[in-house]
Write a protein that binds this ligand. Structure first.
Ligand code: IVH
Length: 695
């Protein structure tokens, strides 16, 4: 950069340089705020955005009198995105499992066959349809009239965008023909490629920011608080699934698509029934070849098991149905120059190498940074600063460096040496046996970790506290006001008058405290997610909440599970979706005194509500612990387990005094004996089927 200032540590800046730098940062932050909040089109990662803030705060702290009255730190949070009401989806809006090659498609059909226990000669039909690269929405029709439309949101709760959806072309306000009284239709809102280009031209002429791709343009247009703006944007809709319906719609997915068409909805014309993996791969290849000719962007082909009764039996795992898979197209690639390798420190202390690139357009998006994964990858691919590299971007995934195309013209730089100290706090960065990542040992004394963890804690999918941005967290952390999560809930205390802090007005302080109060009650799943345990994302958190129901039960079980021979451990790793590695991270969290204190402290401040979710509390097996053993005849073990869980039961692998029922199939061995000796009730497969309403 021309001035050289951006690279200079904040502590070394002269007063004049600091003033210039504050102005530049303020401008950049303002710009990114706008991209993010108003245009739904962030151009940098959260970590990069935070780095701008960190630098801004550091400079302001050194030269407080240079702080500008209108500067970014005088504003609180983002302009209210409050405009939309929340809508709970009557059935969760799921995501899809991805397939990346032909093998994955073969495996998908195999899995379905095994789960349903179908004979080798029984054909499995699946409908293949283009995966539209837009925004998924749910439309509710009552007696044929469109009454409510919502975004997907987190899959459970979305935003009410009914008024905006009314402006979408090909979205009928009234359905034609006979249809169930209650009918929820799901599909994708998208913008056509030509219309996207025209829209961007107009915007560029008017000096407005352009959208990165049709998907962002559609999202930005649909999330306008003023529907009259949405109305000026060319948006379309394809229907591809049903949500809640008051009556049956079809016996197969294909029939449902026909019904949707008959009611006047747009259904994609490239959909086709495929009988098995060979035909599915054929369809994929056809669609892949012609995708350039389509009027809209697609990013793969979705395959859905055609028979609805089979879909019902297959059910869902975690957040995706077992009866569908998305075969994604190959990622877009491009060549560029790697200018520099920098290191990012994440919330768990992981040092991630990042490639700073000469900006290049990949699949319609300008990319200036890409991940290098870890130090072994850099060594394996022998990536050095100044090299010409091949990068790849797939959908929403972070761009990555694939390989070196050629070394730097002239002399190549020396091989990259991975730092052994944390670039943020200078603590030692160590690499544990068998781990690929190097981790900062600074723990909570490392600002990157402490602030990142707190930021995660208040983030949207966790505690969702509005108005407590990274900058505030950093400043409060530096002043010792917030050292651990529980402190957030004590901010309103007498001794901590927010008003005396720089940058807070009466209104902003009141708003923040109100936002915090509102979150004193939180469902267990969100709470677990907020803790930021390594490998425990939203869906794992939900699994844990569903399995353990209350914080006390979970805590208790995790204490017992520290012993790898305990039933508690067996039960933890028996949860579908939790393997030994995730379990190790969860148990590692509980093994640390410091973390247990954080939990105790929080439990005193917030009210953690028990998991209710998908659990069927009326079923006779709700809340019971069940063990399956032996070979089942009418269904596979996986199917039985899924069914039991849907009905609210907990399925474990070993029999103990806590077990309520043991279901025995053919050739049951020692578990059946153990059950009898412990006096646990033993059920035959038939008895179990009757009890759970089947057969
Ligand atoms: S079916 C239960 N069909 O892909 C399955 N999804 O990665 C529900 N999408 O959130 C989705 N085209 O936004 C389905 N023909 C199609 C689709 C499609 C695009 C999107 C949808 C979903 C995402 C999952």
């Amino acid at each position: 950069m021309a001035t050289g200032i951006p690279d200079k540590p904040a502590d070394d800046l002269t007063r004049d340089e600091a003033a210039a730098e504050l102005e530049r940062l303020a401008r950049e932050i303002g710009e990114h705020d706008r991209h993010y909040h108003t245009e739904d089109a962030p151009v940098i990662s959260d970590a990069e955005y935070d780095a701008l803030w960190r630098r801004h705060s550091a400079i302001e702290a050194r030269f407080p009198d240079l702080a500008h009255p209108d500067g970014p730190s005088r504003r609180v949070g983002a302009p209210a995105a409050a405009g939309f009401a929340k809508v709970s989806h009557s059935r969760p809006m799921l995501s899809l499992e991805n397939a990346f090659g032909e093998d994955d498609i073969v495996a998908f059909f195999d899995r379905v066959r095994r789960f349903l226990n179908l004979g080798a000669d029984e054909a499995i039909e699946a409908v293949g349809e283009p995966k539209i690269d837009g925004l998924s929405v749910a439309l509710r029709y009552e007696k044929g009239n469109f009454i409510l439309g919502a975004t997907r949101g987190d899959g459970t709760v979305g935003e009410d965008i009914t008024r905006n959806l009314r402006t979408v072309t090909d979205l009928p306000k009234v359905l034609t023909g006979l249809c169930p009284d209650i009918l929820e239709i799901r599909g994708e809102v998208y913008m056509r490629k030509d219309e996207f280009a025209t829209l961007n031209q107009t915007r560029a002429k008017a000096g407005e920011a352009v959208f990165a791709n049709p998907r962002n343009a559609a999202a930005g247009s649909l999330r306008q608080l003023d529907p009259s703006i949405t109305a000026t944007r060319p948006l379309h809709f394809f229907a591809y699934a049903l949500g809640e319906t008051s009556g049956p719609v079809g016996r197969t997915h294909w029939e449902s698509l026909d019904r949707l068409k008959s009611w006047g909805l747009a259904v994609n014309t490239h959909a086709r029934v495929c009988r098995g993996p060979t035909e599915a791969i054929e369809l994929y290849n056809e669609i892949n070849q012609s995708r350039g000719d389509l009027a809209y962007d697609i990013d793969g082909v979705v395959f859905k098991v055609n028979r609805i009764d089979w879909q019902d039996r297959l059910g869902t795992v975690s957040r995706a149905p077992r009866w569908a898979v998305a075969y994604k197209f190959e990622a877009a690639r491009a060549e560029t120059v790697l200018k520099k390798i920098t290191i990012q420190v994440g919330r768990t202390g992981t040092l991630t190498p990042v490639a700073e690139l000469e900006p290049v357009t990949v699949g319609g998006v300008v990319v200036s940074r890409a991940t290098l994964h870890n130090e072994d990858e850099i060594a394996r691919k022998d990536i050095r600063e100044g090299d010409r590299v091949l990068i790849q971007r797939a959908g929403d995934v972070i761009p990555q460096v694939i390989s070196v195309i050629e070394g730097k013209a002239g002399e190549r730089a020396n091989p990259y040496v991975f730092p052994e100290r944390c670039p943020v706090c200078d603590s030692r960065a160590v690499r544990d046996e068998g781990e690929v990542a190097r981790r900062c040992t600074g723990g909570l004394v490392c600002p990157a970790q402490a602030v990142e963890r707190l930021r995660h804690f208040v983030s949207r999918d966790a505690f969702d506290i509005e108005g407590l941005g990274t900058r505030h967290i950093l400043a409060m952390w530096e002043d010792g006001l917030i050292a651990r999560p529980g402190d957030i809930f004590r901010l309103g205390g007498e001794s901590q008058n927010l008003l005396e802090r720089e940058g807070w007005g009466e209104r902003s302080a009141e708003n923040l405290l109100a936002a915090i109060e509102e979150r004193r009650q939180i469902p267990l799943g969100r709470f677990i997610y907020a803790l930021g345990i390594r490998q425990v994302g939203q869906s794992t958190s939900r699994l844990l909440a569903k399995h353990y129901v209350s914080l006390d039960d979970w805590r208790h079980a995790m204490t017992e599970a520290q012993d790898a021979d305990s039933d508690a451990y067996a039960s933890l790793v028996a949860i579908d979706g939790i393997g030994p590695s995730v379990a190790a991270d969860i148990l590692g969290f509980f093994a640390e005194e410091h973390n247990r204190q954080v939990l105790d402290d929080l439990a005193g401040e917030v009210n953690i509500t028990e998991f209710e979710g998908a659990r069927d509390t009326d079923s006779p097996i709700a809340g019971k612990t069940i063990v399956f053993t032996g070979t089942l005849v009418s269904m596979t073990r996986g199917e039985a387990k899924a069914r039991a869980e849907t009905l609210g039961a907990k399925v474990t692998g070993s029999v103990s005094a806590q077990t309520d029922y043991v279901v025995i199939g053919a050739d049951a061995g020692s578990k059946a004996d153990k059950a009898r000796s412990l006096g646990v009730e033993v059920l035959s497969e038939d008895e179990w089927t009757r009890m759970t309403g089947g057969g």
